[in-house]
Design a protein around this ligand. Structure first.
Ligand SMILES: NC(=O)C1=CN([C@@H]2O[C@H](COP(=O)(O)OP(=O)(O)OC[C@H]3O[C@@H](n4cnc5c(N)ncnc54)[C@H](O)[C@@H]3O)[C@@H](O)[C@H]2O)C=CC1
Ligand SMILES: O=C([O-])CC(=O)C(=O)O
Length: 339
């Protein structure tokens, strides 16, 4: 009994953390005191690829850092209070941003724009000054707009590198694998689903036709599954009943993405993860950012994978995605232009 449960927990840990050769990886979490920030900091403390953790928030980061620092892994942890952002960013290689307000029932992610746009812009501005070569992983919503905000802010400072700014869309594929596996009666690891587009409702385009266990799902079951993948976030917002949105599954997904990036930075080949990045895939339609599978390497996002043939249903989903995505991206860019 004990042997079986120990083996299971080792298996799940190796899925979350894969390691390559040891090298110094200093990671900062901006928004570390929040619902995502706290468990994310804990999981990153457990990731052997992270050697130093810098935790910053306008509220509570030193306390979170003191707590997390007692975990018996090798990395060092430092907490920084509201007026210590520059110190928190010094020498940092990867910055993960879950700072900002979450949704309440009835809100769209775009409804968060007015509050979160300036939070993300100001953090990006500090990164541009103190850690211009850092890789920036944006969790704060609306991701379809906050990533263009970070990119445009860094561009204004003359330090934007598209290989180094990513929107974290990992939770969409985590959910899709879980939901599809539930229907197909297999383990989620056996049902990976490619998702492209963006990170909100209709901009989330799951490519079930390209999945061994997804392609056989049809008709009403297909429609319900696509809806659940696109609106999984709403399911959590509703269940939390005014107490915010996904935090624990997001911390898991954010750790998975950070670990994948660090493995690429460490020189591991063949790591493939989805992310919302400056992308050539729909540039001819005026869409400068797009989420698809990418391969991180020593310089960040090095290869953007094209996706194959879409089914007739997926063509329709893409038609609904593109105009909304374009609008969200333009809104983010316009915000920085007018700042
Ligand atoms: N990309 C994704 O898949 C997901 C994104 N999110 C988004 O992540 C964001 C955070 O969500 P939660 O952690 O649940 O919210 P929360 O309210 O629990 O935590 C946010 C934290 O950000 C901090 N903060 C606010 N302004 C800051 C600033 N200028 N600098 C540093 N820290 C600052 C707050 O003090 C708070 O501790 C939301 O925008 C949410 O919509 C949530 C789930 C999934
Ligand atoms: O739904 C939200 O507001 C948070 C989020 O992005 C998600 O859970 O996918």
């Amino acid at each position: 009994m004990f042997a079986r449960s120990a083996a299971r927990s080792l298996t799940s840990q190796s899925r979350l953390f894969s390691t390559t050769a040891a090298r110094l990886s200093k990671v900062a979490v901006l928004g570390a005191g929040g619902g995502i920030g706290q468990p994310l900091s804990l999981l990153l403390k457990s990731d052997p690829s992270v050697t130093s953790l810098s935790l910053y928030d306008i509220r509570g980061a030193p306390g979170v850092a003191a707590d997390v620092s007692h975990v018996d892994t090798g990395s060092e942890v430092n907490g920084y209070a509201a007026d210590k952002l520059d110190e928190a960013l010094e020498g940092v290689e990867v910055v993960v941003i879950p700072a900002g307000v979450p949704r309440k029932p009835g809100m769209t992610r775009d409804d968060l724009f007015n509050t979160n746009a300036s939070i993300v812009r100001d953090l990006a501005s500090a990164i541009g000054c103190v850690a211009p070569n850092a890789h920036v992983l944006v969790i704060s919503n609306p991701v379809n707009s906050t990533v263009p905000i970070v990119a445009s802010t860094l561009a204004k400072a003359g330090v934007y590198n598209p290989a180094r700014v990513s929107g974290v869309t990992t939770l969409d594929v985590v959910r899709a694998a879980r939901f599809t596996a539930g229907i197909a009666g297999v383990r989620p690891a056996k049902a990976p689903i490619t998702i492209v587009g963006g990170h909100s409702g209709a901009t989330i385009v799951p490519l079930l036709s390209q999945s061994t266990h997804g392609k056989g799902i049809k008709d009403e079951v297909y429609d319900k599954l696509v809806h659940r993948i696109q609106f999984g976030g709403d399911e959590v917002v509703k269940a939390k009943d005014d107490a915010g949105s996904a935090t624990l599954s997001m911390a898991y997904a954010g750790t998975k993405f950070t670990n994948a990036l660090l493995r690429g930075l460490n020189g591991e080949k063949g790591v493939v993860v989805p992310t919302f990045v400056g992308s050539p895939l729909y540039k001819d339609q005026g869409i400068d950012f797009f989420s698809s599978n990418v391969e991180p390497g020593v310089n960040g996002v090095e290869k953007i994978h094209p996706f194959g043939q879409l089914s007739a249903e997926e063509e329709k989903l893409m038609e609904a995605c593109l105009p909304e995505l374009k609008k969200n991206i333009e809104k983010g860019c316009a915000f920085v232009e007018s700042s």
